[in-house]
Write a protein that binds this ligand. Sequence first.
Ligand code: 5GP
Ligand code: ZN
Length: 112
Amino acid sequence: MSDCIFCKIANKEIEARIIWESDNVVAFLDLSPQAPHHVLIVPKKHVKSLAECDEEDKDILGEIQLAAAKIAELLKLEDFRLVTNNGRGAGQSVWHLHYHLLGGRRFNWPPG
Ligand code: 5GP
Ligand code: ZN
């Protein structure tokens, strides 16, 4: 998608602090961190949200979760939160599937 900011980051058309990458997934620091560690993990393939995923995306969804665990280990995070906001009412503001990996502070439950 030519006007999608996360596609542009995945294609290296715009800059981001990329901290981990594989053939299908890229992880970079959030521009507006909500915790001492705040990483966004996205598929290189454009898909709008989790709700838009289907059977053919199941490998990539698995890869993202395993990438999150690997990145948490790299960052030496024992406790972390992995979350995707699906839809405007849940806080989604960028329409390319992404998971927030947050760590380095305590998190409340339920989230606000
Ligand atoms: P959402 O609100 O959709 O769940 O999360 C979008 C996230 O993307 C936000 O945390 C926001 O700070 C981050 N973000 C938006 N634009 C950019 C950008 O250009 N670069 C980076 N690194 N993060 C961005
Ligand atoms: Zn995209």
